[in-house]
Design a protein around this ligand. Structure first.
Ligand code: HEM
Length: 236
């Protein structure tokens, strides 16, 4: 079992990030090399400042808000939670003074960020079981959502165990030692992370996260790289 833990927590993480970087660069280059679209994509005649409008379109999704307020609400919850989670994962590497502006324990949000994200993902998944969304969905839509949900549930579970149920065997200091050792290319797994009753939760979390990270460049989620430039083109 310890060998499986090691393979998932060390070589698979390196592999996942290598696939992510090479895959993302390859996709961006291939899109860059496509012939230019001869027609304009500008559909709004916005005065200035156009960048501000493009930013608002990208992050506030006004069209979705108009047509489907409930979906908009869950999209907002999801994306705000995502931002807080990115900060949380950065803090698992080391302490950053800038994030200490708000005094908090890692993760921000006392476990409720993971919970909010899990609920938003369940909403996105269940809405695809109902027509007309069901008829427009392809298998990839379900795989992605299920993969994300599994990643989030196992990650959040560790946070809940620590924050809500005083489970103290795996601590932020252990995660920091592990993740910084990966960055330094001198991988080391603290005993607390591989010998605790919750180790399998960490291994499952990182396993599904690795799959997600590898899948990312080839999936629809690449939209995140294009959302802002596309909105800028629409605004002229
Ligand atoms: C290889 C990459 C990743 C590693 C090593 C990793 C590691 C961790 C660790 C150690 C925790 C802390 C558990 C605790 O608080 O005790 C955590 C929490 C969490 N992770 Fe990850 N993670 C990774 C990628 C991801 C991805 C891609 C997602 C998906 C969005 C994700 C979602 C979460 C969530 C939702 C939590 C709980 C946060 C909360 O409840 O506030 N993780 N992760």
């Amino acid at each position: 079992m310890q060998t499986a833990y090691y393979l998932i927590l060390v070589p698979m993480v390196y592999l996942a990030f290598a696939v992510f970087i090479v895959g993302t660069v390859a996709r961006l280059v291939s899109i860059w090399q496509k012939p230019k679209n001869p027609s304009t994509l500008m559909i709004h005649h916005t005065k200035s400042p156009r960048w501000l409008w493009a930013l608002a379109d990208t992050f506030l999704l006004p069209t979705v808000r108009r047509h489907n307020p409930l979906l908009w609400l869950f999209l907002m919850i999801f994306h705000i939670a995502l931002l807080l989670l990115i900060i949380g994962h950065l803090e698992l590497f080391q302490r950053f003074a800038i994030f200490q502006v708000i005094d908090h324990e890692v993760f921000l949000g006392r476990g409720f960020v993971g919970l909010a994200m899990a609920i938003a993902l369940l909403f996105f998944l269940f809405r695809r079981f109902v027509s007309p969304n069901r008829d427009l969905s392809v298998p990839e839509d379900y795989y992605l959502l299920i993969l994300l949900l599994l990643t989030v549930i196992f990650g959040a579970e560790m946070d809940w165990a620590r924050r809500w149920y005083d489970y103290g065997e795996m601590q932020v200091g252990d995660y920091r030692a592990y993740l910084m050792s990966l960055v330094m290319l001198k991988p080391k797994l603290p005993d607390a992370l591989t010998g605790s009753g919750h180790s399998f939760m960490l291994v499952l979390h990182v396993f599904f996260a690795n799959l997600f990270i590898m899948f990312f460049p080839f999936s629809k989620i690449m939209h995140s790289f294009f959302a802002l430039p596309m909105n800028k083109l629409r605004r002229g």
